[in-house]
Write a protein that binds this ligand. Structure first.
Ligand SMILES: [Zn+2]
Length: 125
């Protein structure tokens, strides 16, 4: 996956949201990244640093919320966390499950803006 592209599309949303809130600057950006989203978090941070100068998010704090991968076993109705890699094996009955419930997230979760008046924040989702 191309992390710079992710940052660029995130910046599109950030610009739009900032405009909608009449914000003059973005002070904090939080992204929710699932453990199996395929995103290299270091590359994403680097991409953010590289893409934001000159933009409305220049100097903004960039945070990543990591979401663990969880799957659901249909054989014994257990939800379990996938500890490593892409092997979704139920720890209770040993069945393999393709029913992934979380871990693929790749989205903006929170933005904080400053305006000429007072700082404000918003939950995007
Ligand atoms: Zn099971």
């Amino acid at each position: 996956m191309h992390e710079v592209g992710i940052v660029e599309s995130a910046l599109e949303v950030i610009r739009r949201e900032a405009h909608a809130h009449a914000a003059t600057h973005v002070t904090r950006v939080v992204m929710r990244i699932g453990a199996i989203s395929g995103v290299d978090v270091d590359a994403l941070r680097f991409g953010f640093e590289a893409c934001t100068p000159g933009s409305i998010a220049e100097g903004a704090e960039f945070e990543i919320e990591s979401i663990p991968a969880r799957a659901h076993c249909q054989d014994c109705a257990t939800d379990f966390t996938v500890e490593s890699g892409f092997i979704f094996q139920c720890p209770r009955c040993g069945a393999f499950s393709g029913d992934v419930r979380s871990g693929k997230e790749l989205e903006l979760s929170r933005l904080e803006f400053s305006t000429d008046s007072a700082p404000s924040s918003e939950h995007v989702r």
